[in-house]
Design a binder for this molecule. Structure first.
Ligand code: PLP
Length: 365
């Protein structure tokens, strides 16, 4: 059997006709930037998240960058970032000229360990970026408590967790502002690059809306040195169609995850856990093993596609040499990057495919 790490085919087959009709509609309207589709998507996505405002933008990295700009965080400031995340989280901080300060995760959820945040706070710290990694919300009550004590902003990186719940509340409404990515492989993905900021703060929302459009509040009047990071009509139109299916697609991911958790039983494999407070949406199903490289090869030989999220922690990337964080300084991030591997989990996977993955893993010696 051959099971790719990810396939969009079953998901896209189901909505193909709708997507093509919608494309024709937008095409014939001849209005491609900042029109009705973007406006409607922003309304619908804000409502989905249980928040007041949504501002569509170019991608997930920009969403985080725009939030930091919106709060005037920059040169000389520090921002707390989990040591175990995709590099985009830290790059957003670097792009505004601030310094990312890494805090180690909790080994059971892979998300930041709130108990370690306080030690990393200095008088330069302005914000904490909480990443909801793999589709599981970070422990937001604890993070918000610390932020309140030190007067810090809490920014959610929700790029992997559209629709996930923390104590019954949607991600996107759990901090001061939230950045989403709609990269095609995310739980809610465009057919290209796209992203959004979600917040309940009107002042911030208006400012970000200006910054992402050349800093202009009205045409050809510029109040900020802005950028160009707008969501376009075609992607917004596609996202509206996909958003209507997201709960169904997330439920399907949850079913597959349940089958993996119940079925995988190999003492060399550590399975992921859903925290008590969370409704996980399983953007990634990450297992851990000390013999990761052999395990990866074994699955490959058996036709099972996998990916490693992520093989090199940020502090050991050449791009972050300037931080001078030596090997061994963030042992959990390093351990995770050496041991994790993500299994296929996508809408439309058949039972026989899921069972095949389970069987092969259980037979691995
Ligand atoms: C994908 C991702 C991003 C960046 O999103 P892009 O749309 O690719 O810019 C940021 N943070 C996390 C955790 C991600 O997984």
């Amino acid at each position: 059997m051959n099971i790719p790490f990810v396939s969009f085919e079953p998901m896209h087959k189901e909505i193909e006709e709708e997507i093509l009709n919608k494309f024709k509609e937008v095409y014939e309207k001849n209005w491609f930037i900042q029109g009705e589709e973007v406006m409607k998507f922003e309304e619908e996505f804000a409502e989905f998240c249980g928040a007041k405002y949504c501002i569509g933008c170019g991608n997930g990295l920009d969403a985080l960058y725009l939030i930091l700009r919106g709060y005037d965080i920059g040169e000389g400031d520090e921002v707390i970032v989990p040591s175990n995340t995709y590099i985009a989280t830290a790059l957003a901080v670097s792009y505004v000229g601030a310094k990312p300060v890494f805090v180690e995760p909790n080994l059971s959820t892979y998300n930041v360990n709130p108990g370690l945040i306080e030690k990393a706070i200095t008088n330069k710290t302005k914000a904490i970026i909480a990443v909801h990694l793999c589709g599981q919300p970070a422990d937001m009550d604890e993070i918000n408590k610390i932020a309140k004590k030190y007067n810090l902003k809490v920014i959610e990186d929700s790029a992997q967790a559209h629709g996930a719940l923390y104590k019954g509340k949607k991600v996107g409404s759990l901090g001061d502002a939230s950045g989403f990515s709609f990269y095609p492989g995310k739980n809610l993905g465009a057919l290209g690059d796209a992203g959004a900021v979600v917040t309940n703060n009107k002042v911030l929302a208006d400012k970000i809306r200006a910054i992402e459009n050349y800093g202009s509040d009205k045409k050809y009047h510029h109040i900020y040195k802005g950028t160009n990071s707008r969501l376009d009509e075609v992607q917004a139109a596609f996202l509206r169609i996909k958003l209507r299916n997201l709960d169904k697609w997330n439920e399907e991911r949850r079913k597959i995850a349940r089958k993996y958790i119940d079925g995988i039983n190999n003492s060399k494999i550590i399975k992921p856990v859903e925290a008590d407070y969370a409704k996980h949406v399983w953007h990634l199903f990450v297992v851990r093993t000390e013999q990761r490289d052999e395990f990866e090869k074994y699955l490959k030989v058996n036709g099972i596609g996998t990916t490693i999220h992520y093989p090199v922690p940020m502090h050991l990337q050449p791009a972050y040499e300037e931080l001078k964080i030596s090997k061994g300084s963030l042992p959990l991030a390093e351990k995770i990057s050496n041991e994790v591997i993500s299994l296929p989990i996508w809408y439309g996977m058949k039972d026989e495919e899921i069972n095949y993955v389970i069987e092969k893993i259980n037979n691995w010696k």
